[in-house]
Design a protein around this ligand. Structure first.
Ligand code: HEC
Length: 610
C-alpha cells in the first residue's frame, strides 16, 4: 500500500525531485503523520495506514502558493522538494522557486501540523517598515522581485527555539539591475524565533549576488573550542568552498571575515556591490584559483585545445561581475559545497565536506527583443525560459542538460507539453507559462512551426518583468575537454576535513574515480559528486555521491580509504546510520540518474557481520 496524491486530487500533479519527508506525532503517540511536498502542495499522510489526513487543509493538503502576502497578479513556479523542520506542533517550510525574473518571493512560513493553518510568516524580501527593506533601492522590490528562498532545508536549535535558515539568490540569478542594493535576506543565514518567526539576526554571505551563489545546504550546529572558550556555533558551507563559522547566539564570525573589494566593471544597468565577505579562516575546502597552469592536460592535444578556449575568458578573479566577454565561475555553479552538506564529529569538532572542483564559464548575451507588437515566435519563448539550460543551439550541455534536438523523434507534442508543464527531475516546472506561449514553444521544438505563415505565435505580455531584463546568460557551460573530462587538472572531486577549532584544513583526498583514467596511469582523479558524508563515533566517514556508483569509508583522522562497495546505482544522497538491537546499520538511497549514469530505485543497507 502506498499513498498516491493523484488519487486525492482533481488536478494534474507534477512529480519531480523529492529530498525527504517530515514526521510528527502527538504527545501520546496516537496521531502519527508524515508530511511531504508534491509540486506546490504540502500533503499530510497518516503514518499508520497511509491514508490522507482529511482535516489537514483541504482534504489532506494545502496549496503553498496561497498565503504568501503578495499581490494577486504575481505568479510563478513553486515546488516543495525539500523537507522543512518540525518545531513543537508546527512545520517550518521553505520552497524551490524559479530562478528567473518571474520568481515568487521565498518567504519562510510555519504551519499548524494539525490543521495546515499558517502560524507565522517571515518575509525574506522585506516589506515596507520591516528590517532589511532599505537594502533594496527600488521601494517596490517586495512586489516585483522573487527568490531569496530556502530550497536546501534548515537547521533547528530545539533547546533555544531558534531556526537557522540559509537562503538563495534574489531573482533573476545573473542580472541585478532590476534589484539594486545588497538584497537582504538573499544569500543569508537568517536566525528566526521558531515559535513566532521573529527576526533574531542574519549574516549575508554574498551581497547583491550575480553568480547564483545560493547557500546550498543546511548549516551544522556545533559547539567549538575557540581560543580556550566553548562557543555554540554554526558552520555554513558554501558553493564558493568557504565555511562561515558564526556564533549561533548572535551571528558574529568566530574568525575575522573582512569585506574585500571585488571587481566593479559590469554590464550597463548593473550595479555590483563593492565588497564581499571572505573568511580568513576556516581554510577553504575548494581550490579558489583557476590559472593557466591549472588547465587540464590528460593529453597534449586535449591541453592545446583547452588552452585555446581558456585564453578567451580573461576574467578569473572571484566575484567578477558577469559580462559579454565572460568570466570563470570556480568552483562552478553547482559548488564547491552542495546540497549534501557537511558532517561534523562532535568529539573533535572536525567538519567533513565533499567538494566539486570544476570550472564553468559565465557569458552574458543580449536578451532577444520581442517586436513592438508583443507577438513572438516559439524561438523567443525558448530564449526566455529554456536557453539557460538547453543552450542557444538546443544542444544542452554535458551530461546534465539534455539536447532538445530532434525531440519529435522521441516524444509526441503532448509529451513535450507535459514535460514543460510539470518539469522532470532537475528540470523545473513551467506550469505558469501561458498556453499560447507553450503551444508556440512546443511547435518550435517539434519542428512544426511555420513562422513565414505567422502561425504558432504567442503574445508575451509587455508588462512582464522578463521584458525588463536586458541580458541572459549563455548557458551553464562547464569547461570540459573533448572526452568530457573537466578542463582543469585533478582532483575534480574531493573529501575534506576542516578543524573548526583551529580553522585548518587537515586533509583533502580525491573522491571518485574513472577506471579508464586509472588504466592510463592518472590514478584516482576524483569526480563530480552529489550527496554528503556521515561520520561515526567509531572513526569512519562514509560517503557515496560519485558517478562510479560506489560507497566508501575513510579513516576520519587520516583520510585514508578503508572500504568501498559497489552500489546498484549511484548514491547521489547522504547516507544515514541507525541502530537496531545494538547493531549499527548504514543505509544509502541509490537513485543515480545524473552525471551521465543510469537511474536506480533502491535503498541499500550495510552492517558489520555478527
Ligand atoms: C534549470 C534548467 C532547465 C531549464 C530552464 C529548462 N530545462 Fe528542460 N531539462 C532540464 C534537465 C536537467 C532535464 C533532464 C531531466 C531529467 O533528468 O529527466 C531537462 C529535460 C527536458 C526535456 C526532456 C528531454 C529528453 O530528451 O528527455 C525537454 C523536452 C525539456 N527539458 C524541455 C525544456 C523546455 C521547453 C524548457 C523551457 C520552457 C526547458 N526545458 C527549460 C533542465 C532545464
Amino acid at each position: 500500500m502506498g499513498f498516491d496524491p493523484a488519487n486525492n486530487s482533481e488536478e494534474e500533479i507534477g512529480f519531480g525531485i523529492n529530498r525527504g519527508l517530515m514526521y510528527w506525532e502527538d504527545e501520546n503517540g496516537k496521531d502519527k503523520r508524515i508530511f511531504y511536498g508534491v509540486a506546490s502542495r504540502l500533503y499530510a499522510v497518516n503514518a499508520i495506514d497511509g491514508g490522507p489526513i482529511n482535516d489537514f487543509g483541504t482534504n489532506g493538503s494545502i496549496e503553498l502558493k496561497e498565503g504568501l502576502d503578495i499581490p494577486e497578479s504575481q505568479d510563478g513556479s513553486l515546488l516543495l522538494k525539500t523537507p522543512g523542520v518540525i518545531f513543537k506542533d508546527m512545520l517550518i517550510l521553505g520552497m524551490s522557486l524559479s530562478e528567473d525574473a518571474d520568481a515568487l518571493p521565498g518567504h519562510i512560513r510555519a504551519f499548524d501540523v494539525r490543521t495546515g493553518k499558517r502560524k507565522w510568516i517571515f518575509h525574506t524580501i522585506p516589506q515596507p517598515g520591516e528590517f532589511g527593506y532599505d537594502s533594496w533601492e527600488d521601494k517596490d522590490a517586495w512586489k516585483n522581485i522573487g527568490g531569496a528562498n530556502n530550497w536546501t532545508g534548515m537547521s533547528l536549535d530545539e533547546e533555544r527555539g531558534i531556526v537557522y535558515v540559509p537562503t538563495g539568490t534574489a531573482s533573476p540569478d545573473f542580472y541585478g539591475g532590476i534589484r539594486k542594493g545588497s538584497n537582504l535576506f538573499a544569500n543569508s543565514i537568517i536566525a528566526l524565533d521558531a515559535s513566532t518567526g521573529k527576526y533574531i539576526w542574519h549574516y549575508q554571505v554574498v551581497h547583491h549576488d550575480l553568480w547564483d551563489r545560493d547557500l546550498p545546504a543546511a548549516p551544522n550546529l556545533v559547539s567549538v573550542n575557540h581560543k580556550g572558550k566553548k562557543i555554540y556555533a554554526l558552520a555554513q558551507i558554501t558553493k564558493q568552498g568557504y565555511v562561515y563559522l558564526l556564533d549561533r547566539t548572535n551571528g558574529k564570525p568566530l574568525f575575522p571575515i573582512p569585506e574585500v573589494p571585488v571587481p566593479q566593471a559590469a554590464l550597463p544597468g548593473e550595479k555590483p556591490w563593492p565588497t564581499q565577505p571572505i573568511p580568513t579562516l576556516p581554510e577553504s575546502f575548494s581550490r579558489q584559483k583557476f590559472g593557466p597552469e591549472d588547465v587540464g592536460n590528460l593529453s597534449a592535444e586535449a591541453h592545446k585545445e583547452l588552452m585555446e578556449r581558456y585564453v578567451q575568458i580573461k576574467n578569473s578573479a572571484q566575484f567578477t561581475p558577469p559580462s559579454k566577454e565572460g568570466n570563470w565561475i570556480f568552483p562552478d555553479f553547482g559548488g564547491g559545497g552542495e546540497w549534501g552538506g557537511a558532517a561534523v564529529d562532535m568529539e573533535t569538532q572536525i567538519l567533513y565536506v565533499n567538494s566539486n572542483e570544476v570550472p564553468s564559464t559565465q557569458i552574458m548575451l543580449d536578451a532577444p527583443q520581442t517586436d513592438g507588437t508583443g507577438i513572438t515566435s516559439g524561438r523567443s519563448v525558448y530564449n526566455k525560459y529554456c536557453i539557460s539550460c538547453h543552450g542557444p543551439d538546443l544542444k544542452g550541455s554535458g551530461t546534465e542538460y539534455p539536447s532538445l534536438e530532434n525531440l519529435n523523434k522521441k516524444y509526441t507534442v503532448q509529451q513535450v507539453s507535459g514535460i514543460i508543464r510539470q518539469g522532470r527531475n532537475r528540470m523545473p516546472s513551467f506550469n505558469y507559462v501561458t498556453e499560447g506561449e507553450r503551444n508556440s514553444l512546443v511547435a518550435y521544438l517539434s519542428k512544426t512551426e511555420n513562422i513565414s505563415k505567422g502561425q504558432n505565435t504567442a503574445v508575451i505580455p509587455t508588462k512582464s518583468k522578463k521584458s525588463q531584463i536586458p541580458y541572459i546568460m549563455k548557458g551553464y557551460d562547464r569547461f570540459v575537454d573533448q572526452d568530457g573530462y573537466p578542463g582543469i587538472k585533478p582532483p575534480w572531486g574531493t573529501l575534506n576535513a576542516v578543524d573548526l577549532n583551529s580553522g585548518k584544513l587537515l586533509w583533502k583526498v580525491p573522491l571518485g574515480e574513472y577506471s579508464e583514467l586509472i588504466k592510463r596511469g592518472f590514478g584516482v582523479t576524483g569526480s563530480r559528486n552529489y550527496g554528503g558524508p556521515v561520520v561515526t563515533k567509531g572513526g569512519l566517514v562514509f560517503i557515496a555521491a560519485t558517478p562510479d556508483e560506489k560507497i566508501r569509508a575513510f579513516d576520519k583522522h587520516s583520510g585514508k580509504m578503508l572500504w568501498e562497495s559497489k552500489l546498484p546505482a549511484a548514491g547521489f544522497a547522504s547516507p544515514a546510520t541507525y541502530m537496531i538491537n545494538r547493531k549499527q546499520f548504514l543505509v544509502i538511497a541509490c537513485g543515480g540518474g545524473k552525471l551521465g549514469v543510469k537511474s536506480g530505485d533502491s535503498y541499500v543497507a550495510f552492517a558489520l557481520p555478527d
